[in-house]
Write a protein that binds this ligand. Structure first.
Ligand SMILES: CC(C)=CCC/C(C)=C/CC/C(C)=C/C=C/C(C)=C/C=C/C=C(C)/C=C/C=C(C)/C=C/C=C(C)/C=C/CC(C)(C)O
Ligand SMILES: C[S@@+](CC[C@H](N)C(=O)[O-])C[C@H]1O[C@@H](n2cnc3c(N)ncnc32)[C@H](O)[C@@H]1O
Length: 375
């Protein structure tokens, strides 16, 4: 029995002669690949395909080099100075030869530059250090990678995942104050780029009072206040999370009304003419999202606007950042889902919203926005 017939017997689609099938059979033959790769016109394409495949195959190894560079603060150390592996090794507590391998790998990834005098941080490495919250997120990836260590079990839904414990509010609505503080810092740092892209995509000129539901420690509202002085602002989140919004340097209680509550069990406060949901929906299952959007709808006046902002699946145009990274991240969390803008639009329409818009995303790996109006 041929492999194709066997796949079909095991539940695949009935084999059908098609151009795509013919092309794929041709390209999966090593001898054809080798002969095609020698043709002048195809050679360039073959090399590009090979490079793309190699990048997928080796992605985890690249991420682990990045993790070591971040953990050892190499990008910070080489920001101002150029160093040889021999000089840097004792400071990193690494054997010199292994330090050389790390620095050379960092240079190959474009995060370091190699000069005649040694290695130093490159433009890309400096930008990485400058992206708020990125290093913290990279360090937090150890949990994600442990959850992905048996990917088939993850896809079958058979593995217990650690990420589900990292964000406990999602499973139980409960959270210890210590968890809340750790989690809120990670979120607040990475919120800056989300806020920038959201506020570039949406006009709040006509909004008088904005309520940010699931707004964490208020990082989004702080950026709104900066761009729209005088706008009334309300922050709604779980009580444990709001403790962090009241204390320390991120205190927003002076400029923002703070309302504690659980959107799963209480209606939302009324009064705002716009409600934002930043990185909230993808934490939750469809039932919770549908109920939350109905509550948002009920809390808004006619003409009121809802703004959903989070990384979204590319839908019909699958996208690497969201359909690989965020889709698996939310899968490992076990409660939520990375939805496409179309899926979110359907939820909004079912909750009673109209005039649904999806402005073009500047950086889909940071966020995408969908807005809608209560009729
Ligand atoms: C000045 C000179 C000398 C030259 C100029 C040359 C020039 C133009 C250089 C360009 C430099 C430049 C401006 C670079 C900028 C780079 C930027 C802004 C890069 C941004 C990268 C952002 C990244 C990679 C973001 C990653 C975000 C991640 C991984 C977020 C993860 C979030 C998660 C998992 C959230 C989870 C939430 C939950 C729990 C699901 O609810
Ligand atoms: C991924 S965070 C996003 C925080 C912030 N909007 C941001 O983008 O940085 C999700 C937020 O939703 C809040 N949240 C989750 N479940 C909630 C609930 N049942 N009621 C109120 N807030 C909730 C969490 O506490 C958390 O602050």
């Amino acid at each position: 029995m041929t492999a194709r017939a066997r796949d079909w017997r095991q539940g695949g689609r009935r084999p059908r002669r098609s151009f795509v099938g013919w092309r794929n059979r041709l390209l999966s033959s090593p001898s054809v690949l080798s002969r095609l790769g020698r043709l002048p016109v195809v050679r360039h394409l073959a090399r590009r395909e090979g490079e793309a495949l190699f990048a997928i195959v080796s992605g985890f190894v690249q991420s682990q080099v990045l993790a070591a560079l971040v953990e050892l603060r190499v990008l910070h150390l080489l920001m101002e100075e150029t160093a040889t592996p021999g000089a840097l090794a004792p400071r990193l507590n690494l054997p010199p030869e292994r330090c050389r391998v790390l620095l050379q790998a960092g240079a190959a990834l474009g995060l370091l530059e190699r000069t005649r005098r040694g290695y130093r941080t490159s433009r890309r490495g400096a930008a990485l250090v400058g992206v708020p919250g990125l290093e913290a997120m990279i360090r937090h990836h150890d949990v994600l990678y442990r959850d992905l260590s048996d990917p088939v079990a993850l896809f079958r839904g058979e593995s217990e995942t650690e990420l589900a414990q990292v964000w406990p509010y999602v499973l139980s609505g409960q959270m210890e104050a210590e968890d809340a503080a750790r989690y809120s810092t990670l979120m607040a740092e990475s919120q800056r780029m989300v806020a920038e892209d959201t506020l570039d995509a949406v006009s709040l000129r006509r909004v008088r009072h904005l309520m940010d539901v699931g707004g964490g420690t208020g990082a989004f509202l702080r950026e709104v206040a900066r761009r729209h002085p005088g706008m009334r602002l309300t922050l709604f989140d779980l009580p444990q999370v709001l403790e962090a919004a009241r204390g320390g340097e991120s205190d927003v209680s002076g400029e923002v009304d703070i309302v504690a509550g659980d959107f799963r069990s209480n209606p939302l406060p009324e009064g705002a003419d716009a409600i934002s949901l930043g990185r909230v929906l993808y934490d939750h299952d469809d039932r919770t999202v549908a109920a939350l959007l109905r509550r948002v709808h009920d809390a808004l006046p006619p003409g009121g606007q809802v703004i959903v902002s989070e990384p979204m699946s590319g839908g019909a145009w699958p996208e690497r950042a969201t359909d690989v990274y965020f889709a698996l991240y939310t899968l490992a969390m076990r409660t939520g889902r990375t939805r496409s803008a179309d899926e979110i639009a359907t939820h909004l329409s079912e909750a009673g919203f109209s005039s649904i818009r999806c402005p073009r995303a500047r950086r889909p790996f940071v966020t995408r926005v969908v807005t809608a109006t209560r009729a």
